[in-house]
Each structure stands twice: as C-alpha cells, then as structure tokens.
Design a binder for this molecule. Structure first.
Ligand SMILES: Cc1cc2nc3c(=O)[nH]c(=O)nc-3n(C[C@H](O)[C@H](O)[C@H](O)COP(=O)(O)OP(=O)(O)OC[C@H]3O[C@@H](n4cnc5c(N)ncnc54)[C@H](O)[C@@H]3O)c2cc1C
Length: 400
C-alpha cells in the first residue's frame, strides 16, 4: 500500500496548504461572524483549482484520485471546516453522477458548470424532515409523464442549497418498493425549484444549508442517473466514497486542535513552568497526536481502497467515525488545555469544538457508520476460523 501522490497531485496539495495559510486560516473567524456563504474565499479556491477534483478528464475535470482529494480536504479543513465544506460540497453533489451517469450526461450537465469563470455549485438532495438516517423513507416523488419526469418534494439541510445550479435529487419512482423504488435525478435550477428555510447552526457557520423545494419540476428523461430503482444503490456507493472526504476534513480539525493546544502549552506558564511540562497536559497531547495519526491513516487507507474499486464500505465507515470522533475529542481537549482562554471566542479552539460536532453527524451519523461497520464485521466472521475450535452450540459449551 502506497499513499504517495503523483507529481501533479503533490503540487495541488502544496497549493492547498499555502491557500489555507493565506486565505482560510486568517479569515475564518471574521467571516464566521457574518454567518453567510464565504463567496470570496470559495471563488479564490475555484481559481486555484481546488474544486471538482473528482470529475473525470473525459468530462472536463482534473480526474484526481480520491487519495489526492483527502490530502486537499485535510489541508483546507485545518483552516476552517465550514469553508472546507463549502469548497468540497461539489464532491458530494456530483459523486452520484460520476458513479451512475454516462460520460455524455456528465458532459451535458456537469462539464458546463466546472468550466465557467465563476464557481458553480451542486446540491446533494437526499435528506428530508422525516427521512434522515433512514434514507429509503424519502417522500419526494418523481412521476413519469411521456418523456419527462415531474418531481415534487421538499429536501432539507442541503449544503450550498441557495448557491446551487444543479441538484442531485433522490426521489421515489415506485414508493411501494421502498428503497428499491428510489431513483436519482440531475435537476438544473429552474421554475419550480425554490429555496426554503435557511438552517441556523451551532458551528460550521462558514457553510450554508437550506431547504430545497421541488414543485412540479419537469426534467427530461436523460436527467435520470442510471436506471429507475438504482437510486438507493447509487446513494450508498456515493457515501462509501465521500465519507473519506469528511474524515479528511476531520483529520485537519484534529491536527489544528493539537497544534493550537501544543503551542499554548509551551508558552503558558503556571506554577513557574510551561503547563506542557505537567504530565497531565503532556499525556493529553500524546493522546491527541495518536488520534490524528490514526485518523489520517484510516482516511488514506479508505481512499486508497476506493481508488482501486476495492470494497470500502467498512473501512470508510471506520475512517469517518474515528476521524470525526478524534476531531471532537481533540477540540474538547484543546479547550481544556487552554483553560478559560479555550472557552473564549477570540481564541481558535472554541470554534473547532463547534465545527467538529457536525462532522459526527452529517453524511451519515457516527451511529450509522458503526451500524455499517458492525454489520460488515459480523458478515465477515460467519465462516471465520480463528484456530481455536470450540462448538458454541455443542454439549459442554454455552448455547445461544
Ligand atoms: C450542517 C448539515 C449539513 C448537511 N448537509 C446535507 C446535504 O448536503 N445533503 C443531504 O441530503 N443531507 C445533509 N445533511 C443531513 C444529514 O446527513 C442528516 O442530518 C443525518 O444523516 C442524520 O439525519 P437526521 O438529522 O434526520 O437524524 P436521525 O436520522 O433522525 O437520527 C437521530 C439520532 O438517532 C440515531 N439513529 C438513527 N437511526 C439509528 C439506528 N438505526 N441505530 C442507532 N442510532 C440511530 C442517529 O445516529 C442520531 O443520533 C446535513 C446536515 C447538517 C446538520
């Protein structure tokens, strides 16, 4: 296994680190107070080539590996998880199309968006008020009418919703079939597509989420991605891949929390010495460092598997829940290490704590990630031979 990048990808990673230092980290706190879409930074990120990395070359994109994408997401996440989410959201929105659409569909609907002078955005529309973790329960309907589909329904929590020109919409074509009746459509912004309530959040204030309402929206047949009934499968394949991106942003947050806490522990003196010299603090730093290292490796391993089309479901779930838990724990520890200063909004770490919380929730909560991973472990273990032979249902052994 080799996590090294190509020359082109390595250059992009270096660019992402410099971009973060110059344009994200110094501005993130100030921008957060405005609680709006960070249009200026995102425009610069687009010009620097940090967006739409996964779009294949045949459809006008850079065709970068998922591994490279995780390096870039970690770098931008280090500066601000909210800005990283705004920049990287197209990766989620367009991933179902890269997975399920034909190159001709990508050329027609996605290529024009990624080759414009100004950045254009996609909205990934799965969640509804009554269908969150239970994605198969969506009520949005798509009904066939001649060679068109008519879409009706309301989605919520849609990242970059108000900014989006193209929506990837999961809608039921046969509700009686539950998840097997779910289909996915590309829906360009048009009459009948409305932006509803803007969600008010605890953290990641440098990203915007809204309801997106579809009222009798007509799309031609070639807006269907894959076949009717393939929506749930495409959604799961998408999230298997994109979870590594969230894990990467989380790794960036976890690293930032460690760096800020370590810097403070070196310069803050109490009882006549730097607080970092107290074992209680240095042990915390050691645990934080180990979490970052483990999160990074799990993330890169998941991306490496996905790039080779190897089974990745379990490992991307590990990466997502471990890295986001690491981000939350490291942010909480950093606040503790910085004492009262950690709690003040003038200092960097209280924002990290608010931002980290979301990483445990969106793109599949960490409970759902554990369901995926736990289910895979049980499945893998059915025919497992550990070398120690005992009949669990035998005469002298416990029966279950
Ligand atoms: C800021 C933000 C951005 C988002 N961006 C998008 C986006 O761009 N597009 C989009 O479609 N969605 C988006 N989401 C939605 C997000 O993916 C959902 O919030 C998430 O999947 C959880 O769904 P829910 O909020 O309805 O919680 P619920 O599914 O109602 O879960 C509530 C609680 O129950 C737990 N739970 C549920 N089922 C189980 C189970 N079987 N076993 C154990 N525990 C369980 C959950 O883990 C959670 O703790 C976003 C959300 C937020 C907050």
């Amino acid at each position: 296994m080799d996590f090294s990048l190509t020359k082109e990808e390595q250059e992009l990673y270096e660019k992402a680190k410099t971009f973060t230092k110059e344009h994200i980290t110094p501005k993130a706190h100030e921008l957060e107070k405005k609680d709006e879409f960070p249009a200026d930074v995102v425009q610069k990120a687009y010009e620097a080539g940090l967006m739409n990395l996964h779009i294949p070359k045949e459809a006008g994109g850079p065709g970068m590996s998922l591994l490279a994408e995780t390096f870039v997401s970690e770098a931008t996440g280090y500066g601000c998880a909210g800005i990283a989410t705004s920049i990287m959201c197209n990766n989620l929105a367009f991933a179902p199309l890269v997975i399920g659409a034909t190159i001709d569909q990508l050329k027609k609907y996605v290529q024009p968006l990624i080759t414009e002078k100004e950045p254009k955005f996609g909205g990934f529309c799965l969640t509804e008020r009554k269908a969150g973790s239970d994605a198969a329960g969506v009520a949005t309907r798509a009904e066939r009418d001649g060679d068109e589909y008519i879409i009706n329904g309301t989605k919520c929590f849609i990242t970059n919703g108000p900014q989006s020109s193209l929506f990837t919409v999961f809608a039921s074509t046969q509700p009686e079939l539950k998840h097997k009746g779910l289909s996915v459509f590309m829906v360009p912004k048009q009459k009948g597509v409305k932006i509803g309530h803007i969600e008010n959040k605890m953290g990641q204030l440098n990203s915007v989420q809204s309801e997106v309402i579809f009222e009798d929206v007509r799309v031609p047949q070639d807006c269907l991605v894959g076949k009717e009934g393939e929506g749930f499968k495409i959604a799961m394949m998408t999230l298997d891949k994109t979870r590594a991106g969230i894990a990467a942003i989380a790794t960036g947050v976890a690293q930032r929390a460690l760096d800020e806490a370590a810097r403070f522990a070196n310069i803050r003196h109490q009882f006549g010495k730097p607080i970092g010299r107290f074992q209680g603090i240095s042990f915390k730093l050691a645990d934080m460092g180990a979490r970052v290292a483990a999160a990074r490796l799990l993330t890169r391993y998941a991306a490496w598997l996905a790039d080779r089309d190897l089974p990745v479901s379990k490992d991307s779930s590990y990466a997502k829940f471990f890295a986001s838990d690491a981000a939350m724990e490291n942010a909480t520890d950093a606040v503790q290490i910085m004492g009262g200063y950690g709690y003040l909004s003038e200092y960097p770490v209280e924002k990290l704590m608010r931002d980290a919380k979301l990483l445990q929730i969106y793109e599949g909560t960490n409970e759902v990630q554990r369901l995926v991973a736990g289910g895979a472990i049980l499945k893998d273990s059915i025919n497992l031979d550990t070398g120690f032979h005992v009949e669990y249902d035998g005469k002298d052994a416990p029966t279950f």
